[in-house]
Design a protein around this ligand. Structure first.
Ligand SMILES: Cc1ncc(COP(=O)(O)O)c(C=O)c1O
Length: 422
């Protein structure tokens, strides 16, 4: 769609045109001295950001967790990259493709807080983490530790290597409301034996939004000689941290989630000392064992997505990581404070701000979570996802920075009304 037809189509659907990157930069600049805590509740400011999102009027979207759909300024740039690469044809692929990818990886590493030599762009968190799981030098009898609340595809991959190499999987269950970090650290510590080789830990549990004390878990695991792979699918671009501070061995994330890169991008961090020990997922001509690039063979792929990484990072950096995080926390606390403690409403995510940011899971006693999600959509036009496994029965609620308080008020009233009738 060219610029003219884009404006025409948005006018036809009655949606205000997005503000461009320059106007956006000026808007953020005008607020640069406003503390993030204060800006978080500035309805006028976030209302302007909301205009960057082409929102479907059919429902209130409280399911931004699967992926963050892309704001218009980033989308327009992405479409332009597709056009440019198509125009240049193979010339692009044979000249600047890899330099551009390396440049994008370096920009990701800057925000992630790690060395650019330790990070590669992948297609998603699944590819990143499965590369680490499948690429270990497994021996029969080795053990791996994970949680029943971890993402299913990674557990599937562990099951595959278990069947293939005869390794034992040890699964812990993370409580929804721990009393302290020690509760969590000792849970993982008790699962380690002399045979444990790798531990998978979610930075933020996808079904609840529970943030785990990664640094403490890594320090404990290392003291026992165990490597830690962190699943950060929901963390990057959501709240702030530095991978170097986490002291993990591997870190995988998706970029189409909270960093709002167009679909099909992720990254994998591997600590320098671990790079030469991994088998690649796909063979590569680079035989330098110390180079992370030998693990990054993808074949021909949609490299316009790589270019859009920069645009999404620009958008995020313009907003500022702290301002985004504070906005996410503000929205979360806005609605959870209104329902916490009400009869039959169960919050499955800790309240402690060290353990939660924007995502929370909420259930209603007597209503099956899938039915709850169906009814929220049917009766209140609120889109969420119902989750019913491990120790979690409820809907995962993922607002995004553009979510309005009016939308959250509708959600709160829906919850109260459903709980009353349950
Ligand atoms: C915790 C977690 N890990 C991994 C993934 C997989 O992400 P992707 O499908 O982008 O590879 C998800 C997806 O929702 C997730 O929530």
């Amino acid at each position: 769609m060219n610029k003219r037809s884009f404006i025409k189509s948005t006018a036809m659907t009655g949606i205000a045109a997005a503000i461009g990157m320059d106007t956006l930069a000026a808007l953020f600049d005008s607020k640069k001295n406003v503390p993030a805590d204060l800006l978080a509740s500035d309805a006028d400011f976030w209302g302007k950001i909301r205009k960057d999102y082409l929102l479907k009027p059919d429902y209130i979207n409280l399911e931004n967790g699967y992926y963050n759909f892309v704001p218009q300024p980033t989308l327009e740039k992405y479409i332009q990259h597709i056009r440019d690469i198509n125009y240049q044809a193979s010339y692009y692929m044979r000249t600047v493709q890899w330099d551009n990818k390396t440049r994008m990886a370096a920009k990701l590493a800057e925000v992630a807080g790690c060395s650019p030599d330790e990070l590669i762009i992948t297609r998603n968190a699944t590819e990143s983490l499965d590369l680490v799981i499948g690429g270990q030098d497994w021996k029969a009898g080795d053990e791996a530790v994970m949680a029943v609340q971890d993402y299913g595809s990674m557990i599937d991959m562990f099951e595959q290597v278990s069947n293939r190499y005869g390794i034992k999987l040890v699964k812990v269950s993370v409580p929804n409301h721990p009393e302290s970090d020690d509760d969590i650290v000792s849970l993982y510590a008790n699962a380690i034996t002399t045979k444990t080789k790798l531990m998978m830990v979610s930075h933020i549990i996808n079904i609840t939004g529970h943030i785990l004390p990664i640094r403490k878990i890594c320090d404990m695991a290392h003291s026992k000689g165990v490597a830690v792979m962190v699943d950060g699918a929901h963390a990057y671009g959501h709240f702030q941290y530095k991978i170097d501070d986490l002291n993990c061995d591997y870190y995988g994330t998706s970029l189409h989630k909270w960093m709002s890169v167009p679909l099909g991008a992720g990254f994998l961090y591997i600590k320098k000392t671990r790079i030469d020990k991994l088998w690649p997922l796909l063979g590569d001509g680079n035989k330098d064992m110390a180079s992370i690039k030998r693990l990054n063979h993808t074949g021909t792929h949609p490299c316009a997505t790589d270019l859009a990484v920069e645009d999404a990072l620009d958008y995020y950096n313009m907003m500022g990581g702290e301002k985004k995080e504070k906005r996410m926390r503000y929205l979360q606390e806005y609605w959870t404070d209104k329902v916490r403690g009400l009869p039959r409403i169960i919050l499955n995510t800790p309240k402690d701000l060290n353990r939660v940011c924007g995502i929370v899971n909420v259930g209603i006693e007597g209503i099956n979570p899938v039915e709850m999600a169906t009814r929220l959509m049917k009766e209140y036009k609120i889109f969420t996802v119902g989750i019913d496994y491990a120790n979690v029965q409820g809907c995962r609620i993922c607002p995004n920075v553009y979510t309005s308080l009016e939308e959250l008020d509708i959600f709160v009233e829906a919850l109260k009304s459903m709980a009353k009738k349950a």
